[in-house]
Design a binder for this molecule. Structure first.
Ligand code: DQA
Length: 148
């Protein structure tokens, strides 16, 4: 049976394409999802997409993902840097988790260098633009299929 991956995007990522394009590029979230859907097909997995601006909504989705998916690909946006609630939710869920950042966060403002939620994930991909989502999906599938 095909594995299912939940792809969770946090606050402001609904504005991809128009939001600070010099940092995040011109691709929209729909473009990212379409590219992930194609990549998922190549990998033989299902992908289900969510974007939420609220911290609590993301926490609830992380809880639900433990029942409805085999892995989480997450870009928590600004919550990555300080949300203990999202960190705790990710810690509480035993399935593999990969965090993605479009921008190279460690080259940016000091407050973006604190990557709190990534500490609750199996791995972190940052700085490859929207390609990072596809890289993250590949990594997640390998983790799910036996860590190869
Ligand atoms: C981001 C980086 C965060 O610092 C920022 O708040 C975002 C996007 C990224 O994908 O590069 O919203 O997560």
């Amino acid at each position: 049976m095909k594995e299912t991956i939940w792809v969770l995007n946090g606050p402001n990522l609904n504005l991809l394409g128009e939001r600070e394009p010099e940092i995040y590029g011109r691709e929209t979230l729909i473009d990212v999802e379409n590219s992930l859907r194609e990549h998922a097909e190549r990998l033989g997995v299902n992908v289900v997409f969510f974007q939420k601006n609220g911290e609590g909504e993301l926490v609830t989705l992380i809880h639900e993902a433990r029942i409805s998916s085999q892995g989480i690909l997450i870009n928590p946006g600004a919550y990555s840097h300080y949300s203990l609630a999202i960190y705790d939710a990710l810690k509480a869920v035993a399935i593999p988790k990969v965090e993605v950042h479009i921008s190279q966060v460690i080259q940016r403002e000091d407050y973006r260098k604190n990557l709190l939620t990534a500490g609750a994930c199996n791995g972190l991909i940052a700085g490859f633009g929207t390609l990072g989502y596809n890289l993250g999906l590949s990594a997640l599938v390998q983790l799910i299929r036996g860590g190869k």
